[in-house]
Ligand binder design. Structure first.
Ligand SMILES: [Zn+2]
Length: 276
């Protein structure tokens, strides 16, 4: 699933390519991808509008229109948003296609169709609970070590599950959570409220570090993630623990272990991340 770095990479490219352009028409190939409003309402909301910018909050992409309405995309497992300069749709899983004034297309493709698209008026933005209730995101001024320590102290859940809860921190998913815990030397099953102040500071620093590295590498691609040009990221080549079950730790050479925490596959080094 694309996480904050992958969605940010998509945002940067799409924003560069579509900002200021008018949406001439829309080809809705799979109406159920659009969760709000109905198909005709959505068509009316976007057709003829100019795209002001492509923004992002956590893992959500927000296409802001000149009438202050916003199209909100959540890519979930296999969603992708790709800009096609010639307008040609080559994605056989294209679900919704925005036709732009210069003949280009913005294509929402989704193999498993678990993603969501909402067309919202400004007063409707609160409707999306996941967006309205999202906590601060990595690399933002609101996300401080103090914030992380204060939020973690109140929760008994495993720190791994805490990191994945978008209400506490927006944008972190399975890959970057495992990587940040490794860099901080924190065992994923430690209760969040058992982390000491110095551990929270290390974890805060590690979260920012892995997210920034993911963005610098153009994201992480295992199977599905594509940037806005349909290409791949390279951060998968630099991972410490994620998807490295049985391979030697890059620091101590102990085999990386895979366990399940809160229903999610979790990778860690039993020597570098002790259950203290
Ligand atoms: Zn190790």
């Amino acid at each position: 699933m694309p996480e904050m770095p992958e969605v940010e990479i998509i945002r940067r490219y799409i924003d560069k390519m579509v900002a200021g352009k008018q949406i001439m028409d829309i080809d809705i190939r799979l109406p159920r991808m659009i969760k709000w409003p109905d198909t005709e309402g959505f068509r009316a909301l976007v057709t003829g509008r100019r795209i002001r910018e492509m923004a992002r909050r956590g893992k959500y992409l927000l296409m802001k229109l000149d009438n202050d309405n916003v199209v909100v995309f959540h890519l979930r497992m296999t969603g992708r948003l790709v800009y096609a300069p010639t307008g040609q749709v080559t994605d056989s899983y294209a679900r919704v296609v925005f036709l732009l004034q210069d003949g280009a297309s913005l294509i929402y493709g989704d193999t498993r169709t678990l993603g969501t698209i909402h067309g919202l008026k400004p007063q409707e933005l609160g409707m999306l609970k996941g967006l309205a209730e999202m906590g601060p995101e990595p690399l933002s001024p609101e996300f401080t070590a103090d914030y992380l320590y204060a939020a973690a102290r109140k929760r008994k859940v495993a720190i791994k599950s805490f990191l994945l809860n978008q209400k506490y921190i927006g944008g972190i998913g399975n890959i970057y959570a495992d990587e940040a815990l490794f860099l901080a030397g924190v065992h994923p099953q430690r209760p969040a409220n058992a982390l000491r102040r110095d551990e929270c500071e290390r974890l805060w620093e590690s979260i920012n570090k892995v997210i920034a590295a993911g963005i610098a590498d153009g994201g992480t691609t295992f199977r599905d993630y594509q940037n806005g040009e349909g290409g791949k990221g390279s951060h998968q080549e630099h991972l410490y623990v994620y998807n490295r079950n049985g391979e030697p730790c890059r620091v101590c050479e102990s085999p990386i272990v895979r366990i399940t925490v809160g229903g999610r596959g979790t990778h860690f080094c039993p020597k570098c991340q002790e259950m203290k």
